[in-house]
Design a binder for this molecule. Structure first.
Ligand code: SF4
Length: 520
């Protein structure tokens, strides 16, 4: 018997706003797969069907499980809130299928069931802000580079789209919404209406109508959708309304309209309509306007410099900052910059600048090590207190030189401890290296944070010093090449079962703990 994948968007959360087909599809399925919070929202419809629920960063494993069970002949409901094809599971399930050689004719049947996305549900709660051309932009830079998101915000702002910002903020991603506001203010009035809707049609629904200037004074979180009005949007009696343009063509309170249907779209009656004779002139005007915008952007770029984020430390195995270096960092950061101590053995700097190369050069001049932040490799070496432990320093430096700052599917910490005390916690990092009795022990797949934190698996003891650097480089190359986007190293090791010849072993404990909502 061939199975079927039912990829269901169940809307904002209440059964009243779910489509009939979505309800039927959940009811006719054999198994339901979804993020735990979503499972809870539709639990009444699921009844006693088997459920596979995972945490919020486990989308790839959910898609793989769904395909596996469908191939075994089951009808599998994969549920997403909103619409499954709008930042939902539909695309990912198709990607997993395609990787396995799926075609419509030869593979399992797939049905994508549409749902009400947040732009629609939040728009309805705010009044009628999505009455004209609109777009959605997710501010999550977990799977999309921030530079690309910035471009999209800028383009949408410039083109006067109504904009629905999805995933505006989370426990760790706090700066993106601030940056988005900054870009929007280049093109829109500070009074532009903004709607903030949290948990639309759910128990803890909250609606705020504010403006672009003041939007950050209100609570914005992972469950909030931010709707930015266009240049025509107005607020009336607590509702955001974007005119469609009828007022230009019709007298809204008159029974008899000034233009008959056959008179509309004639240039003498409706001069904004595009006619062929004027097309060339319009094109030239548009080009001139674009040039002006480009000039204005360059000017504004100087007024609103980008914020450079980077990691700074005094050395690979030296954690002592000289007073002169502290003074240099403070001067380079300036009064608008931020300096944050982190648990990752570096200072995180956020510096507004139009000239990042200059900032980096000055930090290096001060004898500091500078590295990028984000989904990159970071070497966390201990300070090699004294004595013969210093034997390991050259290998930590080699790893730092060759790998520190390398872009990877997800941030990766390479812990390096100079003796068997391992007091700097290398065994709890993604990859841990401990120098002991003139050789190295290697740990893979540690998970530093979360309630299910665990040390890495000891995969090798006594690796000769000359082999440790090439061994780690091989592991990192495999992860870089074969890791899924956003897949942490410990998940990768668990999935592929073997990295550079080191075999993954299942932990004894079978208990499974959900990732909390703030654990993005
Ligand atoms: S792990 Fe060993 S070498 Fe490193 S700081 Fe601790 S005691 Fe010193």
């Amino acid at each position: 018997m061939s199975g079927k994948l039912l990829i269901i968007g169940f809307g904002p959360g209440s059964v009243d706003h779910m489509t009939k087909r979505a309800r039927e599809a959940i009811e006719e399925s054999d198994i339901v797969i979804g993020y735990k919070t979503y499972i809870d929202l539709v639990s009444d419809l699921i009844g006693d069907k088997p459920i596979i629920s995972t945490g919020m960063t486990e989308e790839v494993s959910r898609a793989q499980e769904a395909v596996k069970w469908a191939e075994r002949g089951k009808k599998v409901a994969v549920i997403s809130s909103g619409d499954a094809g709008v930042y939902g599971m539909a695309g990912l399930v198709y990607e997993v299928l395609i990787e396995k050689g799926w075609t419509k004719e030869s593979g399992v049947e797939v049905e994508v069931i549409p749902g009400v996305s947040a732009i629609n549900s939040c728009g309805a709660l705010l009044g009628a802000p999505i009455m004209h051309d609109a777009c959605t932009i997710s501010l999550s830079d977990h799977l999309t580079p921030w530079t690309l998101i910035e471009k999209r915000i800028e383009a949408a702002a410039m083109a006067d789209f109504v904009i629905a910002l999805y995933n505006p903020k989370s426990g760790r991603r706090t700066r993106q919404i601030v940056e988005a506001q900054r870009i929007l203010l280049r093109y829109r009035s500070p009074e532009t209406p903004v709607g903030l809707v949290k948990s639309a049609y759910r128990a803890r629904q909250q609606i705020v109508i504010t403006d672009l200037e003041h939007m950050l004074e209100y609570e914005i979180g992972m469950l909030t959708t931010v709707i930015i009005g266009n240049s025509s949007t107005f607020v009336h009696d607590g509702m955001m309304i974007t005119p469609r343009g009828y007022q230009r063509k019709y007298t809204l309170d008159a029974l008899e309209q000034p233009l008959k249907p056959h008179e509309r779209l004639r240039k003498e009656a409706e001069p904004w309509a595009l006619d062929q004779v004027k097309a060339e002139r319009v094109r030239r005007t548009a080009e001139a306007a674009l040039q002006k915008i480009a000039v204005r952007q360059n000017e504004q770029q100087e007024t609103f410099p980008d914020i450079l984020e980077l990691a700074v430390s005094p050395g690979v195995a030296n954690k002592v900052l000289a007073p002169e270096q502290m003074i240099a960092i403070a001067n380079i950061a300036g009064s608008d910059g931020k300096m944050m101590y982190t648990p990752d053995h570096y200072l995180k700097l956020e510096i507004p600048t139009a000239n990042p190369d200059d900032v980096i050069a000055k930090l290096k001049e001060a004898g500091l090590i500078v590295a990028p932040i984000g989904d990159v490799l970071t070497v966390k070496a201990c300070d090699f207190c004294d004595g013969e432990k210093t034997d390991a320093i050259p290998y930590a430096k080699q790893l730092h030189e060759q790998l520190n700052g390398l872009a990877l599917p997800k941030e990766l910490k390479l812990g390096f401890n100079g003796c068997g005390m391992a007091c700097y916690g290398a065994v709890r990092e993604d990859i841990g290296i401990v120098y002991r009795k003139g050789a190295f022990d290697l740990f893979l797949g540690g998970k530093t944070i979360g309630r299910n934190a665990h040390p890495g698996q000891l995969v090798a003891e006594g690796i000769p010093p000359h082999e440790i650097v090439p061994t780690v480089i091989r592991i990192i190359q495999e992860y870089k090449e074969h890791g899924h986007p956003n897949e942490r190293f410990h998940k990768f090791f668990q999935r592929v079962k073997q990295v550079s010849g080191f075999v993954y072993q299942e932990a004894n404990s079978k208990s499974k703990i959900e990732v909390p909502a703030c654990g993005e």
